[in-house]
Structure formats: C-alpha cells, structure tokens
Design a protein around this ligand. Sequence first.
Ligand code: AMP
Length: 203
Amino acid sequence: MNIIIFGPPGAGKGTQSSFIVKKYKLHQLSTGELLRKEIKEKTKLGQQIESKINSGNLVSDETAGDLIEKYISNPNFKNRLIFDGYPRNLTQVKNLDNLLKKYDQKIDLVLKLSVSLNTIKKRILERKTLERRADDSEHIAIKRYKMYEKNIEPVIEFYKQSKLLTVVNGEKKITEISNEISALIAGIKGWLWDIRQYKYADN
Ligand code: AMP
C-alpha cells in the first residue's frame, strides 16, 4: 500500500504520517525533511538549495524527483511508502506516476488534510517555539501556505478525478484524525484482501 498525504505546511501531515508509519509499518518519505537533512549535513545539494528553502520557495522538480526515486526504487520500501510533501505540482504528479509504473507500483490512497489559514498561523507559531525551524517566521509561513494552495489545486483535482482522494478535516483533534485515517486504510486493506481471496478461489 502506497499513500500520499496532502496539507499545507502546519496542517499536521508530519504527525499523521508518523502515526500511519508506526501502525502500518510503512516508510515515511518526506521530501521537506530529506531536503532539510541535506542542508544540515552541508552536502553539495544542501548548499545549493538552502536559500530557496529558507525563503519558502520550492526546489526544482528534478531535485525532488531524484530524491523520491531513491526510495521508490528501493525493494525494501516497495509498496510501503507514504509520500509527505510530494507531489506538489502537475509535473511532479507525472514524474511520480512514471516512477511508480517503472517500479511496478501504484498509489492506493490520497489524503488531504484541510485546515484554515488562521489555524496554520497558530500552529506554525507554536512549532517555531518548539523546533526553531529557520523557515517558520509568520510571513514566510503565510507565503508558503498561499503558494502551497495555489500549486496544489490542480494536483488535488487530478487525484479527485482519479477517485483516489479523501478529504479529512485537519481542524479536529489529532486522535480523531488518526482514527478517521485508520478507518480509511482498513477499508483499503479489506478491499485488497477480498481481491486476493477472490483470485485464490479462481485458481
Ligand atoms: P515541507 O516540510 O514539506 O513543508 O517542505 C519544506 C520545503 O522543502 C518547501 O518549502 C520546499 O522548499 C521544499 N520541498 C519539499 N518538498 C518539495 C517538493 N516536492 N518539490 C519542491 N520543493 C519541495
């Protein structure tokens, strides 16, 4: 099972992804976290992207695509990925689709955590105090939210058309959201199980 989780910065994507990872033994592929790691470790890539990330802009589609291919191509993570922060535009949707086909995989569920700008501002400020992320000042947070919503709209529309999208109210309590997500995943697992049983019976 591969999942994509969407939501503007501060929507609780990270929290819910960690929950899913633990419960369903998936691997979290957070492009934002991987990119911040590159910066922290002062790699060549890290030095190239530092100012882009800190000013709230996106890195190139090629850079983000190279990062995710490392994981999609790794047999240890086959059908065990939760994409957090990818895809962010239609070019990335296409890249992801091609990569999944190349490595004989697919997306089973797309979650969108929806939250208001006011809630985001409040959470970003709380996180700033806890984590001291360099890109979390309020005006950058607002810029990231607006840019996120603008870029992500066609992406969300694509997954809506593909009938993979479920919108989850991200304003609810963390545990309520986790329970809702568990129910959705249980639905998929049940479905997969039925299909397998059916195939078995057929043979
Ligand atoms: P996030 O932690 O998902 O909010 O990502 C933090 C930052 O990493 C973003 O503001 C972008 O600069 C960069 N980033 C993360 N994912 C992507 C992506 N899929 N494409 C381009 N840039 C990304």
